[in-house]
Design a protein around this ligand. Structure first.
Ligand SMILES: [Zn+2]
Length: 250
């Protein structure tokens, strides 16, 4: 597969020169590609860390809600307790006005019933106090963990942001170098090369090593190698379409 010749077909010397320029360009583009990939990965790592941080925050919020619910339940029961205490007071007050033993005994039974209810409520209240204490311990632990997590996240963020800045700087140096090299190439060839570059993970130009394509490692037939050696055209790999060159030419 050869790249179509233009009207003014390239001479042997210009093909060789073109190959050298393309090799220089590919070296720059390969690095730019890697920098771009790292620049994309950095924020993704941060988003992931942020997500984990938010999940921990949500867990803390859940515990705080649980604690509130326990307090509410407990307060409700404390209200019930007051009602029972009132009831006991009232029945006690009625005792002095009772005339018959039968009525008196009945009132005492009533008081005992209310007292029994009261002690059940008291037990429940104590249980809620215990439960509240346990949840409060978990909340404190979770808060401490969250604080540490936040510090870790902020540190990580700082490191990633510094590294991104560094990468941006390096990328922009390379992009300036590229601006000097790229215009020296034939426009159509450059377009073709860039199209392959985008489709093939930043690798559009590869050497033939042994009898294999340096991009996809498939066999490059002797006849194709001869075609490259003739320096009449730019030759592409039949399998991956990357542009091929020979190490000895550069
Ligand atoms: Zn290939």
């Amino acid at each position: 597969m050869v790249l179509g010749k233009g009207k003014d077909s390239l001479t042997q010397t210009t093909i060789l020169e073109t190959v050298k320029k393309l090799v220089a360009l590919q070296k720059i583009d390969r690095e730019i590609f890697h920098f771009k990939r790292e620049l994309k990965a950095g924020p993704e790592v941060l988003v992931e860390a942020q997500k984990q941080f938010e999940a921990k925050k949500a867990r803390l919020k859940e515990l705080e809600e649980k604690f509130k619910a326990i307090q509410l339940e407990r307060k409700g029961l404390e209200g019930d307790l007051l009602v029972k205490e009132d009831a006991i007071c009232k029945v006690n007050a009625q005792l002095s006005e009772i005339k018959t033993n039968k009525e008196y005994t009945a009132k005492l039974v009533e008081i005992e019933g209310v007292k029994a209810d009261k002690s059940i409520i008291e037990e429940k209240i104590l249980n809620f106090y215990d439960l509240g204490d346990q949840v409060q311990i978990s909340i404190n632990q979770e808060k401490e963990a969250l604080k540490q997590e936040e510090q870790k996240y902020l540190k990580e963020k700082q490191v990633i942001e510094a590294s991104m800045k560094d990468l941006e700087g390096k990328k922009s140096v390379l992009e300036n170098q590229r601006k000097q090299v790229a215009p020296e190439l034939d426009k159509n060839l450059l377009l073709k090369y860039e199209k392959i570059l985008n489709n093939k993970d930043g690798l559009a130009l590869v050497p033939v090593t042994g009898a294999s394509c340096g991009g996809c490692y498939m066999n490059v037939p002797a006849q194709v190698v001869n075609q490259i050696k003739m320096h009449q055209d730019m030759v592409q790999c039949e399998f991956c379409a990357r542009i091929l060159y020979l190490q000895e030419d550069v």
